[in-house]
Design a protein around this ligand. Structure first.
Ligand code: NAP
Ligand code: GDD
Length: 353
């Protein structure tokens, strides 16, 4: 089986790649050119003796470049495509709304058109988001809850959701939307609130930082573990019929709850360290998200395994360990050799024979 992943260098892409490689897939990931390496999350795969790196292939491309997508599809001929690539930061989407619309929204139709024109029949997964529910019209949110996006990101994801549904209905594509609620991990980008808090708590504990600046502490989200959520993506593509599924834990917590847990785990009082900076407020906020994943539990047999408390503790412990390693000067480990292997693989993959 061959799987193509857009966004393989991101949080979810790295967990999904690991899971698919463990299932025996050949995994092809699209990476974009950047002036410095952006493959830190997938480098360790090359160090894992259980995963022969010959089954992980990286190709250069960009979701905003239709010709690269067409070429990659025709060359690789994947059985499954996971479209995880996006400008995924909600706050940033207010600063770059047009770019966000392109890469998070319109790029989905670029991929779907590339599939249609190729004459191939890969199964297609679209990374849809609970952010589409926005100013939520019902609680909890499930597959039939109407969308009310509150950000350029949410609006772009709503377009991508509907175009995926449309290509399924119009052309019979096996295309699924996973409407995923927030999911985090030690690999979460450092500007998302859970990771920002975990990292700051660790650094404050080690005396490396004094203060943490945040925005709205009252926002509530349904936070789960990314490792659990990528399993749901795969399960959707293994069904007889394509469909759309909410993936969530069913529990909601505030940003304040993360602070209590993360700082409390390290015997710190967050109130003496956290300051509010209005720069982190959003022009329009999503106040409350909580998902009802009963359809996924019933039809996919999926359920979350990691609790909110376990997730936050896992993240704080990982950041504590990483910061300690930095202090001891061993932060890079033997990543140097992994980097060399990766460079060689990228070179090979960029010029497929
Ligand atoms: P992430 O860590 O921000 O990763 C985004 C990925 O997209 C990165 O690999 C990034 O590449 C890639 N990308 C960005 N622009 C691109 C472009 N123009 N062409 C090709 N690739 C591009 O996001 P994530 O948390 O893993 O989320 C994965 C997907 O699920 C995203 O679509 C996100 O919107 C969606 N989602 C996430 C959550 C969540 O809570 N995590 C919830 C619902 C939906 P670089 O490394 O080069 O930047
Ligand atoms: N990022 C950030 N930084 N958020 C903060 C901060 C801060 O300093 N202070 C408070 N918050 C609040 C935000 O206002 C928001 O209400 C909440 O914390 C969560 O913010 P993020 O962690 O940035 O996540 P998000 O919910 O906006 O978006 C994430 O989840 C979506 C699914 O609902 C992203 O992963 C999206 O890509 C994803 O679709």
């Amino acid at each position: 089986m061959k799987a193509l992943i857009t966004g393989i260098t991101g949080q979810d892409g790295s967990y999904l790649a690991e899971m698919l490689l463990a299932k025996g897939y050949h995994v092809y990931g699209i990476i974009r050119r950047s002036s410095s390496f952006n493959t830190g999350r997938i480098d360790p795969i090359y160090q894992d003796p259980h995963v022969p790196d010959a089954r992980l292939h990286l190709v250069y491309g960009d979701l905003n470049d239709a010709s690269s997508l067409n070429k990659i599809l025709r060359t690789i001929r994947p059985d499954e495509i996971y479209n995880l690539g996006a400008q995924s930061h909600v706050r940033v989407s207010f600063d770059i709304p047009e770019y966000t619309a392109e890469v998070t929204g319109v790029a989905t139709v670029r991929l779907l058109e590339a599939i249609r024109e190729s004459g191939l029949h890969p199964k297609f997964y679209q990374a849809s988001s609970s952010e589409m529910f926005g100013k939520a019209l019902e609680v909890p949110q499930h597959e039939t809850t109407p969308f009310y996006p509150r950000s350029p990101y949410g609006a772009a994801k709503a377009y991508a959701y509907w175009i995926t549904v449309n290509y399924r209905e119009a052309y019979g594509l096996f295309a699924c939307n996973g409407i995923l609620f927030n999911h985090e991990s030690p690999r979460r980008g450092e500007t998302f609130v859970s990771r920002k808090i975990a990292k700051a708590a660790a650094r404050i504990k080690l005396g490396l930082q004094e203060e943490l600046y945040l925005g709205n502490l009252d926002a509530r989200r349904d936070w789960g573990f990314a490792g659990d959520y990528v399993e749901a993506m795969w399960l959707m593509l293994q069904q007889q019929e394509p469909d759309d599924y909410v993936i969530a834990t069913g529990a909601t917590h505030s940003v304040r709850d993360i602070l209590e847990l993360a700082f409390g785990h390290l015997d710190l009082d967050w109130k003496t360290h956290v300051k509010i900076d209005p720069r982190y407020y959003r022009p329009t906020e999503v106040d409350l998200l909580v998902g009802d994943a009963s359809k996924a539990m019933r039809e996919l047999g999926w359920k979350p395994k990691v609790s909110f408390r376990e997730l936050i503790v896992m993240m704080v412990e990982a950041d504590l360990e990483a910061e300690r390693r930095k202090i001891e000067g061993t932060g890079s480990g033997d990543r140097g050799s992994a980097r060399a292997i990766l460079e060689a693989t990228i070179k090979k993959a960029a010029d497929p024979d």
